[in-house]
Unconditional design. Structure first.
Ligand code: FMN
Length: 218
């Protein structure tokens, strides 16, 4: 069991496959009843709540997250949908201080600012994907992987923030050298990164959603 800060205990154990298949075979109203009993309405739905309440975290404790937490986040990334189901992206979690220092320097250099763009997070998760000239869905695929991981991190009480400039960093000779050291195939691009760790300060309040964000046409 993993403990979520807002949502209570979250089971990491998937329901038995046979049970899931049986529910799928039920008439829609039975499926609805199962969903209702499980989540007691949309407002209480733990997944929807997690999606609503995730915020970018930019202050981290130096303490490292557990392996169980890290693997739960990485695993969530692997379940993101990908174009044609190709599972094109590559995920690399970095906890090695020397490599984090190197990435920090490279990212700050691309940004042209003398600050830590990863906010001192003890774990940095890098997402790579094919060159879009080779696989047109690569950036979309990698973005969904990052999104899944951010939401998963929040659901288990971790803080995360998408960090940019990976595309430029890994297009440099030093970036390509690092990708080779990481054992990645040639020709990938950096899609984005996550700073990951235990939050040490509350995140910023979210901006209100713009009024015309979505519409329904019937
Ligand atoms: C594509 C993308 C790039 C981002 N790059 C950065 C970044 O480099 N540094 C940073 O602090 N936040 C970055 N963010 C986080 C956004 O600033 C943040 O998601 C936005 O302000 C909304 O806040 P929220 O995530 O708390 O809802 C990025 C987010 C996305 C989706």
């Amino acid at each position: 069991m993993l403990e979520g800060p807002t949502f209570g205990p979250l089971s990491t154990v998937a329901p038995p496959r046979r049970l899931v298949e049986l529910i799928y075979l039920c008439p829609v109203h039975v499926q609805g009843a199962v969903t209702f009993c499980t989540f007691v309405g949309m407002e209480e739905n733990i997944v929807l709540k997690a999606l609503r309440t995730r915020r970018s975290v930019r202050h981290f404790k130096p303490e490292q997250i557990t392996d169980e937490e890290l693997k739960a986040v990485l695993d969530a990334g692997t379940w993101a949908p990908t174009g044609m189901g190709y599972q094109d992206p590559w995920i690399v979690a970095v906890q090695k201080p020397e490599l984090i220092a190197r990435l920090t320097k490279m990212n700050a250099a691309v940004w042209g600012r003398d600050i830590d763009p990863y906010y001192g997070a003890p774990t940095i998760v890098l997402v790579f994907a094919s060159d879009p000239a080779v696989w047109a869905n690569s950036v979309c695929d990698g973005t969904l992987v990052l999104g899944n991981m951010m939401n998963a991190a929040h659901a288990i009480g971790l803080g995360s923030c998408w960090i940019n400039r990976e595309r430029e960093m890994f297009a440099t000779p030093e970036g390509r050298e690092i990708m080779a050291e990481l054992g990645l195939p040639e020709g990938l691009i950096g899609v984005g990164a996550l700073s990951l760790g235990y939050p040490s300060a509350p995140p910023r309040d979210p901006k209100p959603r713009k009024a015309d964000y979505w519409r329904i046409i019937r």
